[in-house]
Design a protein around this ligand. Structure first.
Ligand SMILES: Cc1cc2nc3c(=O)[nH]c(=O)nc-3n(C[C@H](O)[C@H](O)[C@H](O)COP(=O)(O)OP(=O)(O)OC[C@H]3O[C@@H](n4cnc5c(N)ncnc54)[C@H](O)[C@@H]3O)c2cc1C
Length: 434
């Protein structure tokens, strides 16, 4: 009997008939061809860190957790071809050993590489695109079980669609990444006034390769974080990092979160307290050990990409709304920047973006807060992160994405029977046949 499957937050639960862990590409190909022949569904799963029901299926669930590691590297050109089930955390040291590192990462590193790029996972940096833009080529096994090599040279349209495709065009088995020579980062975390931070957004984005900040609900203070490459040696105290990353950001947050869950009225005062307790610190560390932090405290999350020029206004509106409507929320709001790209389903499609994420502690009511935030994001022509909660429908996406119909046609051509669709994706991406 196959146990019930869940995503990280537990918001998605489902019972597939088959869970397969193929160890090579022929087995992946056979699984897909079999499902197609039976006209049954198939979804591929990474590390289950998406909040939307992308991976849910009652048919076949394919996990590539036994398909991981480097295939080949070219340190002279700074590229590596990687098995798609490799987690970002395990990839870091493998690349470092070859003298290379990824250009940018999100704030966790437990995702599978294919899972991360398939939803357009991003970090921060006004001059840097999401992780999918770091892809130079990929191998896709399509609905009939055949293998398709995608690159800008072989088929630019397919490449721009497939690099961020939610597992809808096929199963990605190999990813060729554009990398940088291995580098260290100088991380500086500071507390500053919200107004000062909003006033320096342009310069902070231009002067720091990576810049982000957290604005705390109901507070006039933010915690800003900048990271820049440095030639200086590693300067990182393991005990201080443990105290900050595990004790303060997880155990401390968990304690405060439980208080808010029991006494929701305390949420805004606790948010104001949290920003005061947060530590200011600096460190120098290899890049792959700098981007991500452990996340043990569970939450639900919504994140939208809005035009970069609207960032300050949108954040002021959010803070105003939280106070005016007295939302019971203490989780900080994460504010990042992502450069425009040309990927058909990218929320940063042809638009330099500010990316704003709101969270609610697991077990606390999130709907009223998320609805209020979503209406602010949508007033700024926001496009949601594919892996995070939203309420948009097909019509909304058609209006927001110039290449939406082109993607639907391509999906229909590659998977006419719709084997890669599920109950969540069919109303969004299904056409007559699929
Ligand atoms: C605590 C937390 C922190 C996060 N931080 C960030 C962040 O900083 N930045 C950000 O942008 N996002 C962030 N996310 C969201 C997360 O990065 C994305 O949801 C990502 O897709 C998760 O990767 P995964 O391996 O868990 O993929 P899953 O959630 O398992 O799958 C995601 C999608 O990828 C598809 N997929 C997986 N493998 C393949 C494959 N081999 N071929 C084709 N399709 C495939 C799946 O079918 C699905 O559609 C965070 C999420 C959590 C829970």
């Amino acid at each position: 009997m196959i146990p019930v499957q869940r995503n990280w937050s537990g918001s998605v639960q489902f019972s597939p008939a088959i869970v397969a862990h193929p160890t090579d590409e022929s087995a992946i190909s056979r699984l897909i061809a079999d499902a197609s022949a039976r006209r049954s569904g198939i979804r591929v799963v990474g590390s289950r860190h998406s909040f939307t029901p992308l991976i849910a299926t009652e048919d076949t669930l394919v996990s590539l957790d036994r398909w991981s590691g480097l295939i080949e590297t070219d340190p002279t050109r700074n590229t590596a071809t990687v098995r798609s089930g490799t987690t970002i955390r395990s990839l870091g040291p493998l690349l470092r050993a070859q003298g290379m590192g990824m250009e940018n990462l999100g704030d966790i590193d437990v995702q599978s590489l294919a899972g991360a790029i398939s939803t357009g996972t991003h970090g921060t940096g006004a001059t840097l695109g999401n992780l999918s833009t770091q892809v130079e080529g990929l191998t896709l096994i399509t609905a009939d079980g055949s293998r398709l090599e995608c690159s800008a040279e072989s088929d630019p349209d397919l490449f721009d669609a497939a690099r961020l495709s939610l597992g809808l065009l096929g199963v990605i088995t190999r990813v060729k990444l554009r990398l940088r020579p291995a580098y260290r980062l100088h991380l500086v975390q500071r507390r500053e006034r919200l107004d000062d931070c909003l006033a320096r957004l342009d310069s902070a984005g231009a002067m720091n390769r990576y810049f982000e900040f957290y604005t705390f609900p109901g507070s006039d203070w933010v915690l800003s974080k900048s990271m820049n490459p440095t030639a200086d040696p590693v300067r990182d105290h393991p005990i201080r990092s443990f105290l900050n990353d595990v004790v303060l950001e997880n155990a401390g947050l968990n304690l405060l979160s439980e208080l808010c869950r029991w006494f929701p009225n305390t949420s805004l005062p606790i948010s104001r307290l949290a920003v005061r307790l947060a530590s200011e610190y600096e460190k120098i560390q290899w890049s792959h050990r700098c981007f991500a932090s452990p996340r043990f405290v569970k939450f639900n999350e919504m994140e939208y990409f809005i035009p970069r020029s609207s960032m300050a206004d949108c954040i002021r509106e959010i803070q105003h709304c939280i106070r005016r409507e007295n939302h019971h929320v203490h989780f900080p709001i994460e504010c990042r920047m992502v450069r425009a790209d040309d990927l058909w389903l990218s929320p940063a499609y042809q638009r330099d973006s500010a990316v704003i994420a709101v969270h609610m502690y697991k077990g606390m009511e999130y709907r009223r807060y998320f609805e209020a935030m979503e209406s602010i994001f949508r007033n700024h022509q926001g496009r949601p992160h594919w892996g995070k909660m939203h309420s948009l429908r097909a019509d909304d996406f058609t209006a927001l994405y110039p290449k939406w119909n082109a993607f639907l046609s391509l999906r229909d051509r590659l998977d006419p029977a719709g084997v890669f669709l599920n109950d969540y994706l069919r109303p969004l991406f299904g056409t007559g046949s699929g």
